[in-house]
Design a protein around this ligand. Sequence first.
Ligand SMILES: CC(C)(COP(=O)(O)OP(=O)(O)OC[C@H]1O[C@@H](n2cnc3c(N)ncnc32)[C@H](O)[C@@H]1OP(=O)(O)O)[C@@H](O)C(=O)NCCC(=O)NCCSC(=O)C[C@](C)(O)C(=O)O
Ligand SMILES: [Mg+2]
Length: 360
Amino acid sequence: MISFRGKAHQFLTQISFYRFQLESKRLLHLSNRLCSNDASFRVSYPTRAVLYVPGSDSKKLTKIFTTNADCVVMDCEDGVALNKKAEAREKIRNLYDTDERVQNNTEGKFAVRINPAETDLASEDIKILFNPKSDILKNNSINNLLPKCIFVPKTSTSQEVKWLFENLNNQLKNYDDLIKLNLFFYMETAIGLINLNDIIKTALSLSKDKYNSKFNLEGFVFGSDDFCADIEATRTKDAFELTYARQKLIAYCKGYKLKVIDMVYIDFKDLEGLRVQCEQGSRMGFTGKQVIHPGQVDVCQQAFTPSKERIDWALGLIEAFDQHQKSGAGAFTYKGQMIDMPSLLQAKNILKIVEKVKKN
Ligand SMILES: CC(C)(COP(=O)(O)OP(=O)(O)OC[C@H]1O[C@@H](n2cnc3c(N)ncnc32)[C@H](O)[C@@H]1OP(=O)(O)O)[C@@H](O)C(=O)NCCC(=O)NCCSC(=O)C[C@](C)(O)C(=O)O
Ligand SMILES: [Mg+2]
């Protein structure tokens, strides 16, 4: 049996190997060319494993600095008991007030899940989390002291999106030169799934037009536990009951070039089951997966990192495609398979993920 530490070491060795590969001239040349020619090649920060940490739990909060997870979500919602909500907000606020590691992160490594929009709990979350103490603000830039990314659960209507933006905007109106606030919404109700297109369009247009790009819709999270409760399904290991919702969410997010984060695997001691579900999610098109325990992080990150074989396949295909295009062939055979434009796009997708991981 390999220990947890041993597995982590194995994983790091593997990543170093990929990094070595990535630094090869061939990849740099190819990826630079792809990035500069292709407007859809938007490379933002990676979100392979998204780890929840209950905001009320001081001991668990110390782990946000030692985890390999691409993203940590300090929770004020369902991971926190009702009588601990105020404590959770205060502990998270205190981290932004005092800890340089949290303050200096510019994108989404450290995020906060607030309570659902249009609730008193969410109003209070926004009031506390986006309100640094004045004596601390005197000696610090406002951008260091605010969350750079928030997760907004149970988003079911475009009205909730409007409420959220209005409340955030009111809270932030006295500050100038704020960097964009990244947002993830949750799809975790049947009505949220029905209204998905409307929710996305409202969030995109409001943030761009009414709020002057102050907010950036970064992606969606699939809240499968709440969704199962809402549609009265029974959870199964293979998640068959969630197929339609997962696929619809992926299609809509990809249609609008958004990230999309897969469901939680709650049986957190079953790492093999987790691996199977992570790999399935990765093949389906998810950008990453939510995890609830530090022991799940490495399995998840690895499943959402393209393997050496996939990277080699993609690089070889792109080169072959280039050569065949020059000789006038739109379709050709590569490693026994018919290749044409869609295969090239799939190969580029692999390099996109690699670029994201490299940025981390
Ligand atoms: C399951 C639990 C109770 C087992 O907690 P435990 O302490 O019994 O586990 P453990 O195996 O004994 O823990 C080992 C070590 O890891 C630490 N640890 C353990 N977990 C974490 C964590 N998350 N973050 C940071 N540290 C953690 C723990 O404190 C301990 O530290 P130690 O070795 O120093 O003593 C615990 O892992 C936990 O509280 N996880 C987070 C639960 C949570 O946040 N749930 C809400 C998100 S999922 C959700 O809301 C649904 C969704 C998306 O909305 C929808 O599908 O609808
Ligand atoms: Mg939920």
